[in-house]
Design a protein. Structure first.
Length: 386
């Protein structure tokens, strides 16, 4: 059983890494699709955001399939879908098929993430589950850091198809690992049953953190498609240079994320989150004010710094509240994934309405939402702020 636990953790970590890697590969390539197909910027945002809608729409079905058929088969189905979508990106010459490919990426992610996290819950008891989830989620930071620069470099090396050829190779390796080594826990139906304390889960303090998840995910998913096209069109960045800019943002976030967690343990989760939020929206709002390389890279890096500080306290905070209110970790992570998906679905929709020079409007709107929710939470649960 110990060996199967290690295999399950390794495969889920690889699954998350591959999914986020392929998700992020498209960021520096968006301007090339815009140019190749003659798309409007808003249409490019629609293409980018369709991933989240595929993920959001299929999440309930993915959860049902994971409980009905076990974790292994939905994870294999998800990866086959990801392979098909990768080839569609490589060969499609029409917008409609690119959107279908992006939606299929989201559908695949729904099966991979839902079944993968459930698999960890099956094999790891409650006292080990948090550590296992942390190891698995480390794949997201590495993939976000490596994906955009690597995609830009591959494009410069061999054109638009090369990043997707690399992605297909990754998927095949992942698929072989799942087919050959992945096994279900025989007792997965009993292990995964968890009573949900909805009152505790939807308490005002948790809702405050959920809203901040939506803000954080929404800001990043707004920034990724709009900024890449803006940098290509206005600042004349190459795909590789766009990839390095997003890599710098991810690197600073990865560095300051652990610091944010440490500071939130030592001082106050809400204080550190608030400092991170304020810094993030300020640098997000002022990002388009200059086009000099040093300014754009510095502002992007600072978004990563404060974004890491903003997001780091959230998972420990909702985990703390889960323990106090008897909320199962399975339900908690399922809701977390749902809320995060809503955030990454909202960002591209907002991108249809605004342009990069109007980032300040989004910053002000985010501050308004933050203040309203903070005020409501404070009135409802003053004791929990101590």
């Amino acid at each position: 059983m110990r060996q199967q636990k290690r295999i399950a953790l390794a495969i889920v970590t690889l699954a998350i890494f591959v999914d986020i890697m392929i998700y992020s590969l498209i960021i520096p390539l968006l301007p090339q699709f815009v140019r190749k197909l003659g798309l409007a910027e808003n249409t490019a945002n629609l293409l980018y955001g369709s991933y989240a809608w595929g993920l959001l729409l299929v999440l309930p079905l993915a959860g049902w399939a994971s409980d009905r058929f076990g974790r292994r088969m939905p994870m294999i189905w998800g990866l086959i879908g990801l392979l098909v979508s990768t080839f569609m990106f490589m060969w499609s010459t029409q917008l409609v098929w690119l959107i279908v490919a992006r939606v299929l990426q989201g559908v695949s992610a729904a099966f991979n993430w839902t079944a993968g996290l459930a698999l960890l819950a099956d094999f790891f008891p409650k006292e080990e589950r948090g550590k296992a989830m942390g190891i698995a989620f480390s794949g997201t930071s590495i993939a976000n850091l490596v994906g955009p620069p690597l995609s830009g470099w591959l494009f410069d090396l061999g054109g638009l198809s090369w990043p997707f050829i690399f992605a297909a190779i990754l998927v095949v390796i992942d698929l072989l690992a799942r087919v050959l080594f992945l096994k279900d826990n025989p007792n997965f139906r009993e292990v995964s049953r968890e009573k949900v304390n909805w009152k505790g889960l939807l308490a005002p303090l948790n809702m405050f953190y959920f809203v901040n998840i939506v803000i954080a995910a929404g800001v990043i998913s707004l920034l990724e498609p709009t900024l890449s096209v803006f940098l290509d069109k206005i600042a004349h960045f190459s795909p590789q240079k766009i990839g390095f800019l997003f890599g710098a943002m991810t690197l600073t976030s990865a560095i300051f994320y652990p610091l944010g967690g440490y500071l939130s343990d030592k001082f106050s989760r809400i204080k550190i989150l608030t400092i991170g939020f304020v810094g993030m929206v300020i640098f997000f709002g002022v990002l388009p004010l200059q086009l000099d390389d040093w300014y754009l890279f510095t502002a992007s890096a600072m978004i990563g710094v404060f974004g890491g500080l903003h997001f780091a306290p959230i998972i420990p905070a909702i985990s703390d509240n889960a323990e106090k209110n008897g909320i199962g970790y399975g339900a908690l992570y399922a809701i977390f994934n749902l809320i995060y998906t809503i955030g990454i679905a909202i960002g591209p929709l907002v991108a249809i309405l605004i342009t990069v020079p109007q980032y300040g409007i989004v910053s002000l709107a985010s501050v308004g939402v933050f203040v309203l929710v903070y005020g409501w939470m404070t009135r409802s649960h003053k004791k929990q702020l101590a």
